[in-house]
Design a protein around this ligand. Structure first.
Ligand code: HEM
Length: 418
């Protein structure tokens, strides 16, 4: 068995802004040195092959790093620190499983389908506001999309969206490890918690009494939480986490999907007409690009493919580039929504194992609904300026996407099938 010190690994410049702009040559160089491992300065090791990510990421010897990060940043006892240490993804395995099991069975494709009419109405309203002038910054538009949908899903009045969107932008940068950002992050965290508290109180005071087949996300979370004896604080944290976990992930995927489709006008046009095809486009988009580099600590020594990964090593899993690993996807540099989905080569944007994204069906549904309506209302989009890039680690994606287009009419309204 080899130790990490014995390996000659590529040094991945993860935090270099140039890596955010174009990470691909770095992964090529990493593969030339080692089939699945690279090193990132003193921070840890980067698992760069699709197959190694799939095998290693779900192993029980690895632990999510969130509580450790709070300590590292000196944020214990602050609103963001408390939330980050206690949110479901950071809980010890047994507590996490109990909380997750309470809700997981309900987060099905069927439930996501139930939410589609509400998503459609929300996206349509947003397009009424944004898609009439023939030009826009698509990233700014997309930043209103997941939060508006979440407001729709919990039945909150839309007036509060602007400020909360800014708060989510700020909180999304917590993992950039820049301490000067924390006063703004704490302010945002306090506001989100107050908003969630008020939203729960309002719904408890005015229950919708909907049947299970008609309930919205908030009805479901309150009902299932009460049945499973979930505490008020845990319920609040879960709803806050849904806002945070679903915000820049969905925004960045939607923005990059549009950026990609600018080069594929035929695929884009078909999205306007063919609702089912939008599902294939989003699945391919999640293989092609996704925002996540997820992190784990090794909790107990792990031997993997002949290499010893010692306890307390930090591992980075760039799921973001996994779908274009040429070893698994020899034809991966072609964007092809008709590509067959084979179980051993499916996209892993939502991660794997015990923390696999709980909101994945909701995320897919909202992206599918969005692209279908966007393609109807934003016709013949063209790039009208160069976008910039976010840092590669954390939640990667475009900054700004100026486009010009011909405003179009919505062809299909709320009657679309689920
Ligand atoms: C395209 C959009 C999305 C992407 C790419 C995405 C990706 C991910 C990834 C990679 C993880 C695992 C993180 C880790 O293990 O460290 C995760 C977890 C999670 N996501 Fe998502 N997500 C998306 C949207 C959403 C939405 C919309 C929601 C809620 C409505 C959501 C809720 C969650 C939750 C609750 C977890 C934690 C699950 C657990 O710890 O058991 N996500 N997501």
């Amino acid at each position: 068995m080899q130790t990490l010190d014995e390996l000659d690994l590529y040094h991945m410049p993860m935090s270099d802004p140039a890596m955010g702009e174009n990470p691909w040559p770095h992964f090529e160089k990493a593969r030339e040195k080692h089939p699945w491992l690279a090193v990132w300065d003193e921070y840890g090791y980067v698992i760069h092959s699709y197959s190694a990510m799939r095998e290693l990421f779900p192993r029980e010897e690895l632990r999510p790093p969130y509580a450790d990060v709070v300590k590292e940043l000196g944020q214990e006892g602050t609103p963001w620190g408390r939330f980050t240490e206690e949110q479901m993804i950071a809980l010890p395995p047994r507590e996490h499983r109990l909380l997750r099991d309470t809700f997981a069975a309900k987060f099905t494709p069927r439930f996501a389908n139930q939410l589609r009419p509400m998503m459609r109405a929300t996206i349509s309203k947003l397009l009424d506001e944004w898609a009439t002038s023939g030009k826009m910054d698509f990233e700014a538009f997309a930043s209103h999309f997941p939060i508006s949908v979440m407001f729709g899903l919990v039945g909150a009045p839309h007036e509060g969206i602007g400020l909360l969107r800014d708060d989510l932008e700020a909180i999304g940068l917590a993992y950039s490890f820049q301490l000067e950002r924390f006063p703004r992050i704490q302010e945002g965290m306090v506001r989100i918690e107050e908003f969630v508290e008020d939203t729960i109180a309002e719904r408890r005071a005015n229950p919708t009494n909907r049947s299970e087949d008609e309930e919205d996300l908030l009805d479901l979370l309150i009902r299932v939480g009460d049945e499973g004896n979930i505490s008020h604080q845990q319920l609040k944290d879960l709803i806050s986490f849904f806002f945070i976990a679903g915000y820049d992930t969905s925004k960045n995927v939607l923005t990059y999907t549009m950026y990609t489709l600018l080069d594929h006008p035929d695929i884009y046009k078909r999205c306007a007409e063919d609702y089912e095809y939008c599902k294939k486009v989003i699945e391919e988009a999640l293989r092609w690009f996704n925002p996540g580099t997820v992190t784990r600590y090794v909790d107990k020594d792990v031997e993997f493919r002949g290499v010893l990964l010692p306890k307390d090593t930090m591992l980075f899993f760039p799921l973001s580039v996994s779908g274009r690993d040429p070893v698994t996807f020899p034809d991966g540099q072609t964007f092809d929504p008709d590509r067959p989905i084979e179980p051993e080569r499916r996209q892993i944007a939502f991660a794997l194992g015990p923390h696999m994204c709980l909101g994945q069906y909701i995320a897919r549904a909202q992206l599918q609904e969005a692209i279908h309506q966007i393609a109807q209302r934003i016709r013949d989009p063209k790039l009208a300026g160069e976008p910039a890039w976010r840092p590669f680690p954390g939640t990667w994606g475009l900054i700004g996407l100026p486009i010009e287009f011909t405003p179009g009419e919505a062809v299909v309204k709320e009657t679309e099938p689920a």
